[in-house]
Design a protein around this ligand. Sequence first.
Ligand code: MG
Ligand code: MG
Length: 255
Amino acid sequence: MVEIKTDTALEAMREAGRVVAHALAAARAAAAVGVRLSALDEAARAVLTEAGARSPFLGYQPSFAPVPFPAVICASVNDAVSHGIPDGYRLRDGDLVSVDCGAELDGWTGDAAISFTVGTPRPADLELIAATQRALDAGIAAATTGRRIGDISHAIGTVARKAGCGMPADFGGHGIGRRMHEDPHVPNRGRPGRGFPLRHGLTLAIEPMLMAGGHDDYRTDPDGWTLRTTDGSRAAHIEHTIAVTRDGPRVLTLP
Ligand code: MG
Ligand code: MG
């Protein structure tokens, strides 16, 4: 079931989204060559605690996962696409890192992700991150009243294909509100004019995951969580929570 949010709920989700943005900024600021991924998690956790927010990631266990998620961020490095666990891995020069974070504040949730490089970047990684950002921007721009979920999916898929990138077919965006994952699903490719109609008060997490190798297949690590490219190519993942409004799409996960 899709819950259309009241304007009061949208303001509450904006506050949760602000906490997510600050937690992501803290994780990114903590990232440097030689730093453990767990330190990024600690930096984000401190922001959530300070804000009085709960993590919807910590302890999360969807049907595909063998164990509850042990952290407040996902940290996915290089050929890891998404859902990486922030463990004791020490960041190396030139790593491409995607950090995903959520926050629940006063009963409402925000969810966002960023991709960035550590140390001296590879030019190809910067291009991949830029393409992923363009895909997200195109998806958000398509999130206007009177259109449909398929218009968002089509916009994202068009950018990814043009960039020569693959995308894991089984993972995409989602409705969000009282819980992190709500209906409707927001696929990262699709046909325009199809799917759930977009109207004022619909809140969505839009999240393209682009794989540089151009293949759509992926594999899951033995940890049961980390998604990886099968060809070893690098991946980027960028996400915002947005609201469809009569004044156009409103990004809720900004600082
Ligand atoms: Mg996310
Ligand atoms: Mg999400």
